[in-house]
Design a protein around this ligand. Structure first.
Ligand SMILES: Nc1cnc(-c2cc(N)nc3[nH]ccc23)cn1
Length: 288
């Protein structure tokens, strides 16, 4: 269900760090198009030679992404299997992960920019909902910035949702605990029962990250304390902007049935934008 890429057509360039089960490299892949060689920048996710079901989930995630296409979904070119190494080959997205970008920009990002990114994520969420596909790992770390957007020259940001990676259904409880507060509470209780609503919960957490300078929520809490956060039905600290706080709160409802549909999220985001037209001006809307 997706293209097998020959190892000799790939070139590993610099290392870009690590995922939870993978090493990440910038690289290039060579294709022969109409008889001429063509090089494409790619991101290579090399799966650690870990246990098998990780591998299956890794490729299941990739194949999910390669079966559907959307402008805000990361393009997965295919996989390459070489000796014990399993490599996912995906498009290289120039500006990398949104959380790191926001931390680097330290609050100098206008609110309109953040709302634009939030709307793009809500659109791809709607697309997945209509296809009845659950992503399962929505977070600012998994949003990649293809275009920075610069309001002074009128360009807007452009994001791509990355592959969901290894699902918590196979990783075991410790990784699932580590994904609090992105992983929906019901998924923690019964990973295999998760439904569409779990992506709405993670959307709420991601919205919180976007308006909180890319800082990770519940940082510094150990797994047990994170578990208690859910046991006590706690909420993340609310932003001062009440309409935003309401939307985050509705997405992060402990009862999945009470969470808004993706169309409801888009409607609320649109009303956020109009809730205060002078909005794009002052950035204090982010203050928590
Ligand atoms: N599909 C992807 C995923 N990540 C990147 C990326 C871009 C960048 N500028 N720095 C990075 N550092 C780590 C990853 C990364 C690119 N494409």
């Amino acid at each position: 269900q997706f293209q097998m890429i020959r190892h000799e057509d790939l070139r590993l360039e610099e290392s870009l760090g690590r995922g939870s089960f993978t090493r990440i490299f910038k690289g290039s892949k060579t294709d022969i198009r109409e008889g001429e060689r063509q090089n494409t920048d790619v991101l290579l996710k090399v799966l650690d030679g870990s246990y098998k079901n990780c591998w299956e989930s890794f490729f299941e995630a990739a194949s999910l992404m390669s079966q559907i296409s959307h402008k805000h979904l990361l393009l997965v070119y295919g996989i390459s299997v070489h000796r014990s190494e399993n490599i996912m080959v995906q498009e290289f997205v120039k500006y990398g992960a949104l959380d790191l970008f926001l931390r680097k920009k330290q609050g100098s990002v206008p609110v309109s920019w953040k709302l634009d990114v939030a709307k793009q994520l809500a659109c791809v969420l709607n697309f997945l909902e209509e296809k009845k596909i659950v992503h399962g790992n929505i977070s600012a770390k998994n949003l990649l910035l293809a275009r920075e957007g610069d309001s002074s020259i009128g360009t807007s940001p452009f994001i791509k949702l990355s592959d969901p990676g290894i699902s918590v259904a196979v990783t075991g409880r410790d990784v699932a605990l580590d994904r609090i507060p992105w992983v929906a509470p019901e998924v923690l209780e019964a990973p295999e029962t998760w439904g569409m609503e779990c992506d709405k919960w993670s959307f709420g957490t991601t919205l919180w990250e976007i308006f909180n300078g890319g800082k990770a929520p519940l940082q510094g809490l150990d797994p047990q304390q994170k578990l208690m956060f859910y046991e006590n039905h706690e909420q993340l600290p609310s932003p001062k902007w009440t309409e935003l706080a309401d939307l985050i709160g509705r997405c992060m409802e402990y009862d999945p049935a009470l969470r808004p549909s993706s169309r409801g999220i888009i409607r609320q985001l649109n009303s956020l934008i109009t809730s205060d037209p002078g909005l794009s001006a002052h950035a204090d809307k982010d203050s928590f």
